[in-house]
Ligand binder design. Structure first.
Ligand SMILES: [Zn+2]
Ligand SMILES: [Zn+2]
Length: 314
């Protein structure tokens, strides 16, 4: 008798909401790492899969092992592969423990790995609550409710816009006004992608960073009807919380992560179809539903090919 082959790991979750890719891996208690390559950010680091190394920034929602285990490896591999020093942005309470972790590795490995830790204080008291990840794109932290101090992150584009009263004036007039010291612009904030980490429902879901972002990535650990108590005890979301949230959202897409490992993806897909009102169905995606997401991407590829063909014909 031949032995069984080892179990295959599920494929990396992948969704494309132009111009952003949302990719990674997320199963509650096991591993959560969600990368947006276009914005140079990984939300949480999970066990640090290879793709995570390409992000210069890790926005760490909280210290639970399934979200933070790969941190030392992330710093080490970045350094080892000559990719520059990695940076983790985290709750201020985690700065010292992360430094302790990296100090412990100096003794274990007999070498020192460079790393950067940036505290993100949601209250803005001990440290700023925002960090510029690239020109005009900012990561903003705000608090969620979990069993440990926990953060959500939103990537916000800050665009300088002409104030309404100056729109339509000739360029020469605008230059003149500006030179005279007139403040002719204001900053428009556009929340692009918001990642909720692990969290209970609460008022933090009413923030504009959540309701008005393009893509909302949120945990939904439990889906079964009789798992509501588990969600409440573990300070997690249940599918019923998502259903309540959907009417408030102006998002283009909602990506569900952190599903319990006891829930099979096929069952989850069915529960979503049964539970989510029809008008909201197209909005909701499961990061780890590779079959549905692959079909969606093939459709996007076909549409892109058709569009290119049409353009060539013109
Ligand atoms: Zn978790
Ligand atoms: Zn957690």
């Amino acid at each position: 008798m031949l032995p069984h082959e080892p179990p295959r790991t599920p494929p990396t979750g992948f969704l494309y909401f132009p111009p952003y890719r949302i990719q990674g891996y997320s199963i509650a208690g096991e591993e959560t790492v969600v990368q947006v390559p276009e914005l140079d950010v990984c939300f949480d680091i999970g066990r640090c899969p290879r793709l995570a190394l390409n992000s210069n920034y890790v926005a760490l929602s909280h210290g639970h092992m399934d979200h933070a285990a790969g941190l030392a490896y992330y710093f080490s591999q970045r350094h080892f592969q000559g990719m520059g020093t990695g940076t983790v942005l985290c709750h201020p309470t985690l700065v010292k423990p992360i430094k302790n972790l990296m100090t412990a590795w100096i003794d274990i490995e007999a070498q020192r790995t460079p790393y950067k830790v940036v505290p993100m204080d949601p209250e803005g008291a001990e440290a700023p609550h925002e960090f510029e990840v690239k020109n005009t794109f900012y990561l903003r932290a705000f608090s969620t409710i979990h069993t440990v101090p926990a953060l959500a992150f939103s990537i916000i584009e800050k665009r300088s816009k002409l104030k309404d009263e100056y729109v339509g004036l000739p360029q020469s007039k605008l230059v003149e006004l500006k030179e005279a010291g007139e403040d002719i612009t204001y900053i428009k904030e556009i929340p692009l992608i918001t990642y909720m980490g692990d969290t209970s429902p609460g008022a933090h879901f009413d923030r504009p960073e959540v309701t008005d972002c393009k893509v909302l990535i949120t945990e939904c650990t439990f889906m079964e009807r009789d798992h509501r108590d588990r969600a409440r005890i573990g300070r997690h979301l249940h599918l019923s919380d998502i259903v309540r949230l959907l009417p408030k959202l102006k998002c283009e897409a909602v990506v569900l992560t952190h599903l319990s490992r006891r829930t099979f993806i096929g069952d989850a897909r069915e529960m979503l179809q049964r539970t989510i009102p029809e008008e909201h169905q197209p909005l909701v995606h499961l990061l780890m539903d590779s079959r549905t997401n692959r079909a969606r991407y093939q459709q996007q590829e076909a549409e892109a090919a058709a569009a290119a063909q049409q353009q060539n014909a013109q």
